[in-house]
Ligand binder design. Structure first.
Ligand code: NOJ
Length: 798
C-alpha cells in the first residue's frame, strides 16, 4: 500500500487482505475482491470495526431462554414478514396485522415509513403479545431515505467507497429516525447487461469494484455498533446471480457455471458478509435449474459453511410462493419445505411459512431444530439492534433527522462525483465546449429531463420527495438569471408534438449555447420489471436531438438514465456528453457547478457502454476466445479468411462505445509505462499466503507508473490497475481490475503511483474447483480505463 500523502486516497486493498490472510486460516474460497481500504488520512474511515461476529454468548443465552418459552406457532411467527398495508400471500387479501402481531404471528414488517406507524404496531407487539418480542421494520432504502443520493450505479461511478459509506450512514440515520432498522440494500448483483432494468440499482459489472461498494454500504448502514439507535441492518441482495437473467429479461432464468459464479458473482456477497452484513436476501431467479430461494448449494454450502455466515436469510417478495411457477413445487407446503430446508429463514409476503411450517414440523418433514435455528437468527439480529431494550422510534426527533444541511451537501458532492464526462470535443476555437464560461449568457435549456424533479430521485427513492429536489432548470436560473435561460421541454419523455419540437428548436436558435437534458423515466423505464429491448432515447427525443444539433449551436447533452444508452449518432455529432444518471436531490446545483467548471467531472464508468443492443451482455472482463478479433478492422464486413473466422459480428464492432473504467475530466492525464519490481514471485509462496501463512510486505510485487496532469486544470484521476493471467488451468479474463487509487494532481504535475500486489491479485478459481495461485505469465496495466495503458509482464514460477 502506498503513500501517506493526504491528497491520495488509496483503495488498493491488497495489504489489508494479506494481513487477514496471515491471521485467519482461509476458507476454501477466499474473495479476491473483498474490500476497499482507504488511507489513514481519509475522513469517515471505512476501516471501522465490522460486525463480523454477531454471536455474543450472553445474548445467545437470552435467545435460548426465549426459544424455550416459545410455542411452535410463535416460532413460526418470527419467520413471517409482511408488507404494511399490502395484501399478504397469493389470495389471502389480508392487510390488517394487529391481530396477528398480538398472537405472535409476525416477526417483521416492511414498507412502514413513519415513526408513528412503526410505534403503533410495536406497541401491540410489546404490550399485547405474550412474549413481547419486538418487530423489526425493513425498507428498500436503496440510495438514500429522505435525502436522495445518486442512483447506486451513479454512486459506483464515483469509484469512491468512502463517499458511498457516508451516503449509507446518512440513509441509516434518517431511516432509523422513522423506526426502520433494516435496509434492503446493498443490491450487489453483477450487472453485465444494460437491458436489465435493475442495473440502475447495482454497482456495475466488476467484482472488485462491486465488492468495494458492497463493503462501503454495509459499514455505512451498520455503523460502529449495531445497537446504536441510528444503525440499521444491511441486507445484501439478491443472492445470487439475478443480474445474469437471460436476454436481460426481468426475472428470467440464469445459467452460470460454478467457475463464473465463484470468480464474478459471489465475491461481492463474500465481501459484504466479511464486512459484517447481518442479513442477506435470496433472489427471484433460478440458478442452473434450482431457484435461488430454495438453493441449498448457495445458501447452506457457500454462505453458511464456507463463509460462516451467522445472520439471517430472508426471501425476496413472494419468492417462496414462486417456487410453484418455477416448477419445483406443486403445492404451498412443498414450496415452504423446499425453501426452508434450503436455508431460507424468513418468508417475505408469501404466507407459505405462516400457513405450512408448523404442519411440516408436526408431520416430521421439517425438524424443529431447524426452526429453532432460523428463529435464533431472527432474534439474534433483533438483540444486536438493541430492539428489546429500545423498541420505539422517538417521534419527536423524526423530522429533524431528515435533510440535514450536511446530508444535502453530501448529496451534492456525491452527485458531482457520479457524473461521467463521455465526450468533450474541441470547438472551432480549439477549446473543448466544457466547462462553459462562467459569464455565459443566452443559454437554451431544452429537454424533458431539465425540470423534472421526480425523475431526479431515481427508480427507488424511499421517502424522497420531488419538492426536495433542485432541478437543473432551477439551478441554472439561479446561476445565470431567468432572462438568460431559454427553456423549452421539447415534449415529454415518451411523446412530443410537432409544436413542442419547433418551440425547442426556436429556443436553440435564439441562444448561444444549448444544454440538452434527455434520457429515461426513472420509475417507468429503470428498476424492477423495467427491462428494455431497445436502448435508444425513448419517444421523439432522438428527433429532438438531431433537430437541435442541426441549428449548429454548440450542444452539451446531459444523459439521465439508469443504464448506458446506445446513442451512436449522439456520440458522433454532439461535442459534449455527460452521463448524469439520476443524481438525487441536488441534481441541479451539482450539474450547474460541473457545467461551469466549479466542479470537475471525475466519474468513471462502472459498466461497459455498448454501441448496439446486439452486443449485450457486454463486459470488459470477458475471456479471450480461441479466435479473438485482436486488432482486426471490424468496421467493414468480413471479406473471408482472416477477417471472417474470428469472434466478431459481421455488422458491428466488438469494442464498446466506451470501455469500463472510462471517463474524461477537464484536464488531460498521460500515463508513463507500467513497471513491475523484479522480486521473484512463486505460486507456492503466494498460495501459502492465501492459506494463512505469513506473507511479508517485502514479498509483494510493486507495480508503478508515472501519471502526469498534462492539462491546465488541477484534477483528480482514478488510476486503475488490471491483471491478465496466461498459461493457467482455467481461462482468465482479458483484464481483471485488482486495484484503484484516486490521485489529485496540479496542472503540469507528475507523480509516481505505486500498487502493491499480493496473492489475491493473482488468484483464480482453478479446474479442480479451488481458489489458488498457479504458475503463470501475468500482464499488468496501470491505466485510465480497461482498454488502454501499457503493460508490464512478469512470470509467476512454480
Ligand atoms: C422485490 C425486490 O426484488 C427486492 O429487491 C425488494 O427488496 C423487495 N421486493 C421488497 O420490496
Amino acid at each position: 500500500m502506498q503513500t501517506s500523502d493526504s491528497t491520495i486516497r488509496v483503495f488498493d486493498n491488497v495489504l489489508t487482505s494479506l494481513i487477514r490472510f496471515a491471521i485467519v486460516a482461509c476458507l476454501v474460497l477466499c474473495s479476491q475482491a473483498a474490500t476497499a481500504q482507504d488511507s489513514p488520512s481519509a475522513e469517515g474511515s471505512s476501516s471501522a470495526t465490522p460486525h463480523s461476529n454477531l454471536v455474543d454468548p450472553s445474548t445467545e443465552k437470552k435467545i435460548d431462554a426465549l426459544l424455550h418459552k416459545m410455542t411452535l406457532e410463535e416460532k413460526v411467527g418470527q419467520l413471517v414478514q409482511y408488507s404494511s398495508g399490502q395484501p399478504t400471500g397469493p389470495g389471502t387479501g389480508r392487510t390488517e396485522y394487529n391481530d396477528m402481531i398480538q398472537k405472535g404471528e409476525i416477526g417483521a414488517l416492511f414498507n412502514v415509513t413513519t415513526a408513528r406507524e412503526a410505534n403503533a404496531f410495536q406497541h401491540v407487539a410489546m404490550e399485547k403479545s405474550r412474549l413481547q418480542i419486538p418487530l423489526i421494520y425493513g425498507l428498500d432504502v436503496i440510495h438514500g431515505y429522505r435525502t436522495e443520493f445518486p442512483i447506486p450505479l451513479g454512486l459506483a461511478a464515483s469509484w469512491d467507497p468512502e463517499l458511498v459509506q457516508q451516503t449509507a450512514r446518512v440513509a441509516a440515520r434518517e431511516a432509523s429516525a422513522s423506526g426502520i432498522r433494516w435496509m434492503f440494500s446493498p443490491m450487489i448483483d453483477i450487472a453485465r447487461d444494460a437491458r436489465w432494468g435493475r442495473m440502475v440499482e447495482s454497482s456495475g459489472e466488476d467484482p472488485y469494484l462491486v465488492s468495494a461498494m458492497a463493503r462501503a454500504y454495509v459499514l455505512g448502514y451498520q455503523g460502529e455498533h449495531l445497537n446504536a439507535p441510528d444503525s440499521a441492518l444491511a441486507c445484501p441482495k439478491h443472492f445470487v446471480g439475478y443480474g445474469a437473467a437471460e436476454g436481460g429479461r426481468e426475472y428470467n432464468s440464469v445459467e452460470i457455471s460454478e467457475h463464473t459464479l465463484r470468480e464474478f458473482y459471489l465475491p461481492p456477497f463474500h465481501a459484504a458478509i466479511d464486512a459484517g452484513a447481518a442479513t442477506i436476501m435470496t433472489a427471484f431467479d433460478s440458478l442452473n435449474g434450482v431457484p435461488t430461494s430454495a438453493n441449498p448449494f448457495t445458501i447452506k454450502q457457500i454462505l453458511r459453511k464456507e463463509w460462516g455466515f451467522q445472520g439471517l436469510v430472508d426471501s425476496d417478495w413472494t419468492s417462496i410462493a414462486e417456487l410453484i411457477p418455477h416448477g419445483i413445487a406443486n403445492d404451498p407446503a412443498t414450496a415452504a419445505r423446499k425453501a426452508f430446508l434450503a436455508g431460507v429463514e424468513m418468508d417475505m409476503v408469501s404466507s407459505f411459512y405462516h400457513d405450512n411450517l408448523a404442519n411440516l414440523v408436526h408431520s416430521g418433514q421439517v425438524p424443529v431444530a431447524a426452526v429453532d435455528e432460523a428463529v435464533r437468527h431472527v432474534l439474534r439480529v433483533k438483540f444486536a439492534l438493541g430492539l428489546f431494550e429500545h423498541p420505539y422510534a422517538d417521534e419527536k426527533l423524526e423530522s429533524g433527522a431528515m435533510l440535514q444541511p450536511e446530508s444535502v451537501s453530501l448529496a451534492r458532492t456525491a452527485a458531482e462525483r457520479s457524473f461521467v464526462l463521455l465526450k468533450n470535443s474541441p470547438l472551432a476555437s480549439g477549446s473543448p465546449l466544457l466547462p462553459l464560461s462562467s459569464d455565459a449568457k443566452n443559454v437554451a435549456l431544452i429537454g424533458p429531463l431539465a425540470d423534472s424533479a421526480a425523475i431526479m430521485l431515481g427508480s427507488w427513492s424511499a421517502q424522497g420527495r420531488p419538492e426536495d429536489v433542485v432541478t437543473l432548470r432551477a439551478a441554472l436560473i439561479q446561476k445565470l438569471g431567468a432572462e438568460h435561460v431559454h427553456y423549452a421541454n421539447g415534449g415529454d419523455i415518451t411523446k412530443a408534438s410537432d409544436e413542442q419540437l419547433a418551440e425547442a428548436v426556436k429556443a436553440a436558435q435564439e441562444s448561444d449555447t444549448v444544454i440538452l437534458a434527455l434520457g429515461e423515466n426513472a420509475s417507468e423505464m429503470t428498476g424492477e420489471a423495467a427491462s428494455r429491448a431497445h436502448l435508444g432515447l425513448p419517444g421523439r427525443q432522438q428527433q429532438l436531438l438531431e433537430a437541435i444539433a442541426a441549428t449548429g449551436k454548440p450542444v452539451v447533452l446531459i444523459l439521465f438514465s439508469g443504464r448506458p444508452l446506445t446513442l451512436p449518432w449522439a456520440f458522433e455529432h454532439v461535442p459534449a456528453v455527460l452521463a448524469a444518471w439520476f443524481p438525487g436531490v441536488q441534481a441541479g446545483p451539482a450539474l450547474v457547478r460541473t457545467l461551469f467548471g466549479e466542479s470537475n467531472p471525475t466519474g468513471k464508468l462502472p459498466v461497459t457502454w455498448p454501441r448496439a443492443v446486439g452486443q449485450e451482455p457486454l463486459y470488459y472482463n470477458a475471456l479471450n476466445t480461441g479466435r479473438p478479433a485482436g486488432n482486426a478492422d471490424l468496421t467493414k464486413p468480413p471479406s473471408g479468411g482472416a477477417s471472417k473466422y474470428i469472434s466478431r459480428y459481421i455488422d458491428e464492432q466488438n469494442s464498446p462505445q466506451f470501455p469500463f473504467g472510462y471517463g474524461l475530466t477537464y484536464t488531460n492525464f498521460t500515463y508513463g509505462p507500467t513497471q513491475a519490481s523484479s522480486i521473484p514471485l512463486s505460486a507456492k509462496t503466494l498460495n501459502d499466503g492465501i492459506r494463512g501463512a505469513q506473507f511479508s510486505s517485502d514479498s509483494m510485487l510493486t507495480v508503478s507508473a508515472n501519471i502526469t496532469n498534462a492539462g491546465t486544470h488541477e484534477s483528480e484521476e482514478t488510476v486503475q490497475l488490471y491483471v491478465r493471467l496466461e498459461g493457467t488451468s482455467t481461462a482468465q479474463p482479458i483484464r481483471a481490475l485488482k486495484g484503484f487509487q484516486h490521485v489529485k494532481l496540479a496542472a503540469g504535475e507528475t507523480r509516481r503511483i505505486n500498487f502493491s500486489l499480493g496473492p489475491d491479485a493473482f488468484a483464480l478459481w482453478d479446474d479442480q474447483n479451488k481458489y489458488v495461485v498457479e504458475s503463470a505469465r501475468a500482464k499488468i496495466w496501470i491505466s485510465p480505463d480497461s482498454a488502454h495503458g501499457s503493460e508490464a509482464t512478469i512470470e509467476i514460477t512454480k
